[in-house]
Design a protein around this ligand. Structure first.
Ligand code: CTP
Ligand code: CA
Length: 227
């Protein structure tokens, strides 16, 4: 029934979307993670679906339900698993939108058994962390001329300059900058305010809107973007 309401604007186009956090294991019962709810990425998946695109959604742990059964959902837990799934699917894609909040660090040595307090000397536990693979940069380095690669950025200072630097250094076509300066936007919230940058500079600036409305703006900007 829902398919009846789908437009054909992006019929035949393939889109990869990443969403949610990643969890990096410490031991069998603990992890390092972040506050991403997945709402923004799921809303982007839904907006692409409404325009008729063939959507693959690679998501970290979230309570969200897949909005439509035609959206191909791949559940992963860690940054490395997200990387592997992105690598496996990217070559087929017309668009890739990496909205996941990927953990920046992981433990190379995950404890086989639960870490017990009594085994930790002097009440101080030190964990050694390594940088995770940069998924956006990895796709940027294999991207073809006809593929559009979109990253996200969240900055607390020098927002535009830092976002522009990410665009260039990761070879993305567009960066969606999430505003942290506005009350009621961001993690867990239903609202967001964004700026979209290309190599040429700012191409879109939104008001504070619901994540669904923001997703519609993001998807129409991406699908109308000409390199
Ligand atoms: N990203 C990624 N793989 C990582 C880390 C980030 O693909 N290991 C992607 C995110 O999905 C996002 C973009 O890179 O699309 C920017 O993420 P952000 O956390 O803002 O930037 P980082 O490069 O991780 O730098 P920092 O956190 O130090 O600002
Ligand atoms: Ca980061």
């Amino acid at each position: 029934i829902q398919s009846f309401f789908r437009e054909k604007t992006l019929a035949g186009k393939k889109v990869l979307i990443t969403a949610g956090p990643t969890y990096e294991a410490i031991d069998p019962v603990r992890f390092i993670g972040n506050h991403s709810s997945g709402k923004m990425g799921f809303a982007i998946a839904e907006a692409f679906y409404f325009l008729g695109a063939d959507v693959t959604l690679i998501t970290g742990p979230t309570h969200l339900k897949t909005p439509y059964k035609e959206i191909k959902r791949i559940d992963i837990i860690s940054a490395n698993e997200m990387y592997e799934q992105c690598q496996a699917h990217f070559s087929d894609m017309d668009f890739a939108v990496l909205s996941a909040a990927v953990a920046d660090y992981y433990l190379e040595d995950v404890a086989q058994f639960k870490i017990k307090k009594k085994d930790i000397p002097s009440n101080n536990l030190t964990l050694e962390l390594k940088e995770t693979v940069d998924i956006l940069a990895s796709l940027g380095s294999i991207k073809r001329e006809n593929q559009i690669l979109v990253g996200f950025a969240l900055e607390t200072n020098n927002e535009l300059a830092n976002a522009q630097l990410k665009l260039i250094s990761k070879n993305a076509d567009l960066i969606v900058l999430n505003s942290t300066q506005v009350k009621g936007a961001g993690f867990g919230s239903d609202n967001n305010k964004i700026t979209i940058l290309s190599k040429e500079g700012i191409i879109e600036n939104s008001d504070l809107l619901s994540k669904k409305e923001i997703a519609t703006i993001i998807v129409s900007t991406i699908s109308n973007y000409k390199k």
